[in-house]
Design a protein around this ligand. Structure first.
Ligand SMILES: Cc1cc2nc3c(=O)[nH]c(=O)nc-3n(C[C@H](O)[C@H](O)[C@H](O)COP(=O)(O)OP(=O)(O)OC[C@H]3O[C@@H](n4cnc5c(N)ncnc54)[C@H](O)[C@@H]3O)c2cc1C
Length: 391
């Protein structure tokens, strides 16, 4: 049984999805999986990988053809999450995919000139885009951000700091949330600016992390950075909504990654317990071990089924929007908790080997925490869900 894949579900996945899945699976098993350990140790990966996966159509999924993209439904993104998880390295995927949080605000609200300059080279894998919202003073309370952008003629002068920014070291374009109205300390004073990576006054520092080693994560400082006013995304002081709008798809994607990484742990645990014999009997024949494996499978199946259901409802606009937001928040929590449970059980079943670098379960065990914090932490997800449901 392949734990990484549900039985064929023609209701959700068409032959086109499956063909895309097969191409991606083959590329990942040949060109990515054999290298992820080495890239993690090196805390980087070859920049050319962006162009290579762009050539497969991955970077452009869901973007208009006019900018080099390929319109598609949300199930294509689920295929990407499920297939990338097989390599067992979340950091690589996070970096390659940082455009998925950086570009949507530009696509939705940017001027034609800005869209034409930024989006095509990023979708082609020639340039890298990052989203900079979180600040040292806090990430959950986005409306309280402090980085300022003061209008000066045809420019904004930006001062402040951003932290934990994925692709922050390499990004050519940084979609940045700034405060343009100092009198309004809340959501109403926030705008979005694209800050080019070579802007004088921008300095970047790489951060060391518990996991996601191959992904670059940066602390950014803006010291009197002069940013052309034409880089404003949408209307001044209306940026908060532009940033928040993308969260449904980001969280569905993270939920799909969550159960997929969990399934990698289950697969590794099944293989290991079939091969490992103690006291003359394979581990997999012990009832306590089989129960652990089924406890893992149960959580994976429940999360995967929920995500498919929500993706379908999202795609076909079947739910009341507030209810859908709430359920997607809860799905992200459930799937990342499944990932945490399965990583823990797999490392335990692998014994000392589970503590060694080189197994996917060991890496996933270190990487699960960021999945429970980034893209909206567990506490924030539950609070938001409760509010959306009117509780
Ligand atoms: C590896 C990595 C990559 C990241 N990439 C990006 C990126 O590309 N761009 C970007 O902008 N950000 C990025 N982030 C930041 C991430 O989005 C934030 O870490 C996250 O939003 C939480 O913010 P914080 O770390 O400031 O924690 P805080 O907001 O300070 O929260 C700390 C803790 O308190 C809890 N908490 C906060 N408020 C409440 C409340 N009201 N009730 C109960 N509990 C609460 C939180 O859930 C959390 O457990 C990244 C983070 C990491 C670790």
């Amino acid at each position: 049984m392949d734990f990484l894949e549900a039985p064929p579900l023609p209701f959700y996945f068409t032959p086109e999805h499956e063909q895309f899945r097969a191409t991606l699976r083959s590329f990942i098993s040949r060109e990515i999986s054999p290298h992820v350990a080495e890239w993690d140790e090196a805390e980087t990966f070859p920049r050319e990988l962006y162009a290579r996966i762009a050539a497969l159509g991955v970077q452009g999924l869901g973007y208009p053809e006019a900018y080099g993209g390929t319109p598609c439904d949300v199930f294509h993104n689920i295929v990407v999450a499920e297939e990338f998880a097989r390599c067992g390295a979340g950091g690589l995927q996070a970096s390659l995919n940082s455009h998925s949080i950086a570009l949507p605000p530009i696509l939705r609200a940017g001027s034609e000139v800005l869209k034409a300059r930024v989006i095509p080279p990023v979708l082609a894998g020639q340039k890298i885009a990052a989203l900079a919202v979180t600040e040292p003073s806090g990430g959950s309370d986005v409306a309280a951000l402090r980085t300022t952008a003061v209008r000066d003629g045809d420019h904004y002068v930006v001062n402040g700091e951003k932290t934990f920014i994925t692709s922050g070291m390499r990004a050519d374009f940084i979609t940045t949330a700034v405060r343009t109205n100092p009198a309004n300390k809340g959501a109403g004073g926030i705008s979005v600016l694209v800050i080019d990576g070579d802007t004088p006054g921008l300095s970047r520092t790489s951060l060391k992390k518990m996991g996601w080693w191959s992904s670059d994560t940066a602390h950014l400082r803006f010291d009197n950075c002069r940013v052309p006013a034409s880089n404003l995304v949408g209307v001044e002081n209306e940026g908060f909504k532009t940033i928040m709008n993308n969260f449904n798809t980001e969280r569905l994607f993270m939920a799909a990654l969550g159960y997929s990484f969990a399934a990698v742990c289950l697969e590794e645990a099944v293989d290991w317990t079939r091969q490992r014999t103690t006291f003359g009997v394979p581990l997999s024949e012990r009832q306590v071990v089989r129960h652990k494996l089924m406890d893992m499978a149960m959580r994976i199946e429940a999360s995967r089924t929920l995500v498919y259901d929500l993706a379908y409802r999202f795609e076909h606009k079947l739910d009341d929007p507030a209810r859908l937001v709430a359920r997607i928040c809860l799905a992200k929590v459930q799937a990342t908790q499944a990932m945490q449970f399965c990583a823990d059980q797999a490392v335990q079943l692998l014994g000392g080997m589970g503590f060694m670098r080189g197994t996917r379960s060991e890496r996933i065990y270190r990487e699960v925490k960021v999945m429970m914090i980034g893209g909206g932490s567990e506490e924030i997800m539950k609070d938001l869900a409760a509010r959306q449901l009117g509780r």
